[in-house]
Design a protein around this ligand. Structure first.
Ligand code: PMP
Length: 479
């Protein structure tokens, strides 16, 4: 009798797994019949690149339609902070949805937009003796936020009758989004090269990337050297430049390359000396990701324009905010409409997104997130330390809640794998098979989990990362 029940249980389980597998497969087919996915060579679906239909999210976990759970180790493109379907954020969105879902923000105002602006300005980086950030302009995604900041910097000089400052300085290996303006100040060849003929000319300065230190050079030395070259560039071109844009502390899309906070401090001094605006793109590194609320704080620097998105809503709704100084704002006040900043998106300051962002800031305040992250990031450091002696791991680096592993081909730890070996893709597939959603950047595997990740999940992440990298390297060797 007992045996029969047991067998029946097994059968039911097997049948359920089969049904879930069929359901996932059906969704895969429906999807590929109609969707064109972002950042994807569609030809690789579904054979080379598995497509993962997700039914729901739960804390740091994604639950697949196949019935398996997948750890979201990259916070769904670096957006998620407190887990999926976070009840407090969900409730805030639901409340707002039955009050005011959207209203045009040109000529109208609403409480969530005002309150969010007040609260963002209150926590924004501040530097003694520098005029604070006092105004917020909303957009609806990171790239659009970058466009806003670039256009504001350029337009400000125009409004003062300065016609020659038409260029931007950006950093080698930087990334600021996919729209044409953002691509023009980006330096990731894979995204940029094909569109190069369409892009405005920008000036590029060396990245302060500590991975590129010469033997005997410290990250701070490297920061000084990169700033030295930037200084020379500014000497030659300052009167053509309106702003410099960079990602403080970590060049994320560029392979989680990290630099010494000293660099931003030196950049701030150079921008001041040459009358160039400093735009900090904290779209990926803001909201506690690198250990402080904003990465600029680690350098004691306040930018003139600060771009925020991704974690701004805890990963729940698209929203961007650009914070500006009063002088920048004042530079647009005039009798002429042309001197106004006419940039607009239909969903500017969407109330649902602002409500989600307010709930996110409430969680920061009530849950002691930054302090708790210090404990979590120390645990991540302990687990990552075990990778240092791996024969193919050239570098283990960390900034708060980001850990990255640079994989290289051989013992000198500087020879990259042939890109045709597709190490990252192989690691991606191997990790998925083991229940972890990693999405390597080339040969860089990284952890950027939701802050609510617990110790068991971290251990699974570390073990799976190791298994995935070993599997990828072995598989590539056999291919
Ligand atoms: N800036 C940085 C630093 C980013 O990492 C990203 C997105 N990865 C963007 C801008 C663009 O944001 P979005 O994808 O929302 O357009």
């Amino acid at each position: 009798m007992h045996k029969t029940t047991h067998d029946a249980g097994m059968l039911t389980e097997a049948a359920a797994a089969q049904a879930a597998g069929d359901d996932a497969e059906a969704w895969r087919r429906r999807d590929l019949a109609v969707l064109w996915h972002p950042c994807t060579q569609m030809r690789e679906h579904p054979d080379t690149l598995p497509l993962l239909p997700i039914a729901r999210g739960e804390g740091p976990w994604l639950v697949g339609r196949d019935g398996h759970r997948y750890l979201d180790a990259i916070s769904s493109w670096w957006t998620n902070l407190f887990g999926h379907a976070e009840p407090r954020i969900a409730a805030a969105i639901a409340r707002q949805a039955t009050t005011l879902e959207h209203v045009i923000l040109a000529g109208c105002s609403h409480a969530p937009a005002v309150e969010l602006a007040e609260r963002l300005l209150a926590i924004a980086p501040r530097e003694p003796g520098r005029e604070p950030l006092t105004k917020v302009f909303y957009a609806d995604n990171g790239s659009a936020g970058v466009e806003v900041a670039l256009k504001m910097a350029f337009h400000w000089f125009r409004n003062r009758g300065v016609e020659g400052r038409t260029k931007f300085i950006a950093l080698d290996n930087g990334y600021h989004g996919e729209t044409l303006g953002a691509l023009a100040v980006g330096d990731i060849p894979l995204y940029r090269r094909v569109y190069a003929p369409l892009l405005a000319e920008a000036l590029f300065a060396p990245s302060p990337d500590a991975y590129q230190c010469e033997p005997g050079e410290t990250p701070a030395d490297r920061a000084r050297r990169a700033a030295g070259t930037l200084g020379e560039l500014l000497q030659r071109h300052a009167d053509e430049v309106c702003a410099l844009i960079l990602e403080p502390r970590v060049q994320c899309a560029g392979g989680m390359r990290m630099h010494d906070p000293l660099y931003l401090k030196l950049v701030r001094e150079l921008c001041d000396a040459h009358g160039v605006f400093l735009i900090a793109d904290e779209i990926a590194v803001g909201f506690g990701r690198t250990g402080t609320m904003f990465a600029s704080e680690q350098s004691g620097v306040q930018p003139d324009l600060l771009c925020l998105s991704k974690g701004l809503t805890g990963g729940s709704m698209p929203l961007a905010a650009v914070l500006a100084t009063q002088s920048i704002y004042d530079g647009f006040l005039d009798d002429s409409r042309e001197k106004a900043f006419l940039h607009s998106h239909s969903y500017t300051g969407n109330p649902l997104a602002c409500a989600a962002a307010l709930a996110t800031l409430d969680i920061f305040a009530s849950d002691g997130v930054i302090a708790r992250n210090r404990v979590t990031s120390q645990r991540m450091a302990d687990l990552a330390a075990a990778f240092a002696d791996h024969p193919h791991v050239a570098d283990v680096r960390q900034a708060g809640m980001i850990v990255a592993f640079e994989l290289t081909r051989n013992g000198d730890k500087r020879t990259p794998f042939d890109s045709a070996a597709r190490i990252g893709l192989r690691a991606y597939r191997a990790a998925l098979d083991r229940g972890v959603l990693l999405r390597p950047l080339g040969d860089v595997l990284y952890w950027m989990p939701p802050y609510c990740i617990d110790d068991d999940a971290l251990q699974l992440l570390a073990a799976t990362t190791r298994a995935a990298m070993d599997h990828a390297i072995e598989e590539a060797a056999c291919a």
